[in-house]
Design a binder for this molecule. Structure first.
Ligand code: ZN
Length: 494
């Protein structure tokens, strides 16, 4: 059995089969029954939650010849069947990731003036629409302003913030949410029972947990697990296949860190080495730290819980470990050996977890803010485009291994993951060392490169004046002028 078979077999073909998107589905069904159609729909949400599946169902419903209950496609008329088979002439599906250029878009848009061949509407579904070039967006915009009545556009995207507001304002936006763990787990229960696959409840919960809100990911992981476990899923084996560490591994790792026991920490990691997902182990460790911190805060007098052993840990230390983990997580996407990244992170945690070290660190931090010539460093950073423009408005303070980047509030609120990545990489490359990056809006405008540039002209003139004032010839001339003017004034008086 391949992933495609399972995913295709269980891909929803009707609104009633869509899982975990009730509000979006009922909004679409209401608009169908009231015949209140839009000429452009924008489906947004993270990957694998059913954007294109729902768009396809909507396309079928719009062109269906025997609509059921005025809002469900019949899946048996010519139009429904041709869309299901991927052979519909009047339903054109494009992946903008591979056809993003203006020529592709132009040749697509040339076809919109032709009437649909056998259906009511000609429907264009553009997936990952944020990938289109600005020229393509402009061409599209013209057609969105006054589309022919027989044309309906559907766009799907994981990154709606990259889409021009002028496009968004012309679409009916349908936001799909991540699917809850419980819903995914229930859906897997239904599918596995139907497919006659044996499983225990914990194993499907584990798959649902790793899928992180995506039904498609849940099915793809299931495919792997089903074949490894020979259609009989048991928690222990499933953990092994998908690389989820046993809770005991995570808690003993944390214990070794808090006890500053390097050799224990490393041997736990070595034993864990046979599993693949090192990033997941770090995330699990951070989850544990977070849960302990919350337990400390919430119910000190409550009944026993699994974090009891750790409840007396210094809350500051937990905060510190969490922050250290967070700042190291991003390294996993850089393509280095993930096991080394994990080991180095854990070693850092042990080192900084030590009370004496931490005190030393905090002491240095209190005393020393390292003076850096920020505007000068900014000029030398290897960073371009919008990220550079944003960073130009920041002031930067270095405190040991911490870089505090302060942005004006309006910049801070729009700063995205990619821009932060560019910024952090440029500092790490420049200083050739790691930092913990902290973002805030306590910006000192006097220290921003942008302000420095504005003042450059002013400063330049001031400097010329200063230098000239020191010059003897200048003094002589000015002195002479003063004497002359005094004489002149006196002459006038008499
Ligand atoms: Zn139909």
């Amino acid at each position: 059995m391949s992933y495609l078979v399972l995913a295709r077999k269980w891909r929803p073909g009707r609104f009633c089969e869509v899982v975990g998107q009730d509000h979006a589905v009922s909004a679409l069904q209401n608009s169908l029954s009231s015949k209140n159609f839009h000429h452009a729909y924008l489906f947004t949400g993270t990957r694998g939650i059913g954007k294109t599946s729902i768009a396809r169902i909507l396309a079928k419903a719009l062109n269906c010849k025997n609509l059921i209950d005025s809002s469900e496609p019949c899946n048996s008329c010519d139009s429904c069947l041709s869309i299901n088979e991927g052979a519909a002439i009047d339903f054109i599906e494009i992946d903008a990731a591979s056809r993003r250029g203006i020529e592709d878009t132009k040749s697509l848009l040339e076809t919109i003036s032709y009437l649909p061949s056998s259906s009511k509407y000609k429907i264009y579904l553009i997936d990952e629409v944020h990938m289109l070039t600005p020229e393509s967006f402009n061409a599209l915009l013209k057609n969105l302003e006054e589309p022919p009545p027989h044309v309906i556009f559907m766009f799907a995207t994981t990154e709606h913030k990259k889409i021009l507001p002028t496009i968004i304002s012309r679409c009916l936006q349908i936001n799909l949410s991540s699917v809850s763990l419980k819903t995914i787990s229930n859906q897997l229960d239904v599918i596995f029972s139907e497919e006659k696959i044996k499983f225990d409840k914990n194993s499907i919960d584990l798959i649902a947990e790793v899928a992180q809100g995506s039904i498609r990911d849940a099915l793809s992981i299931s495919e792997k697990v089903i074949s490894f476990c020979n259609r009989d899923l048991k928690e222990k084996e499933v953990r092994k296949v998908i690389g989820i560490p046993e809770p005991e591994i995570v808690s003993s790792l944390l214990k070794s860190i808090l006890e500053e026991n390097v050799s224990d920490s490393l041997s736990i990691l070595e034993n864990y080495g046979e599993y693949e997902d090192h990033e997941y182990l770090l995330k699990s460790l951070m989850d544990l730290v977070q849960n302990i911190a919350i337990s400390q805060f919430e119910n000190k007098t409550s009944k026993k819980n699994i974090y009891d052993d750790f409840l007396k840990t210094d809350p500051n230390k937990l905060q510190f470990l969490y922050q250290l983990g967070l700042s190291n997580l991003k390294h996993f996407s850089l393509g280095y050996d993930s096991f080394s990244i994990l080991k180095m992170t854990i070693l850092k945690m042990v080192a900084f977890s030590s009370e004496s070290q931490k005190k030393k660190y905090l002491k240095i931090k209190e005393k020393e803010s390292v003076e850096i010539n920020w505007p000068k460093i900014f000029d030398r950073l290897n960073i371009n485009g919008i990220s550079r423009k944003l960073l130009k408005q920041a002031s930067v303070l270095q405190q040991q291994n911490e870089l505090r980047l302060s942005f004006p509030e309006n910049v801070l609120s729009i700063l995205n993951k990619n821009q932060k990545y560019d910024i952090e990489k440029s500092f790490i490359d420049y200083f050739k060392k790691e930092f913990i990056f902290i973002y805030d809006n306590n910006v000192d405008y006097l220290l921003t490169p942008e302000n420095e540039e504005k003042n450059k002209d002013k400063g330049f003139k001031k400097n010329i004046k200063k230098t000239m004032e020191k010059d003897d010839t200048y003094k002589e001339i000015i002195g002479g002028l003063k004497v002359e003017s005094v004489k002149f004034d006196k002459k006038n008086e008499t």
